[in-house]
Design a protein. Structure first.
Length: 72
């Protein structure tokens, strides 16, 4: 879970530090991005396949809410 948090925070910082809207879109829509420590899956791919939900979001919700979401 810490890896996911670090990844999303690093991507967020990279997007915020990017000067143009076109470059920001590139970070968001790319299938792979390089944050200086290797090629990683891009946000678009991650969110399109709901991987971020399974990797991070569901893990930080309380147990009762997570169980309801997993069953739906």
């Amino acid at each position: 879970m810490m890896y996911c948090l670090e990844f999303y925070l690093a991507v967020y910082k990279a997007i915020q530090d990017t000067p143009t809207v076109a470059e920001k879109r590139t970070y968001i829509k790319s299938t792979h991005i390089n944050l200086g420590f290797g090629s990683l899956p891009g946000l678009w791919h991650d969110f399109f396949r709901d991987e971020s939900l399974n990797k991070f979001v569901y893990k930080i919700l309380d147990d009762q809410a997570r169980n309801v979401l997993l069953l739906s």
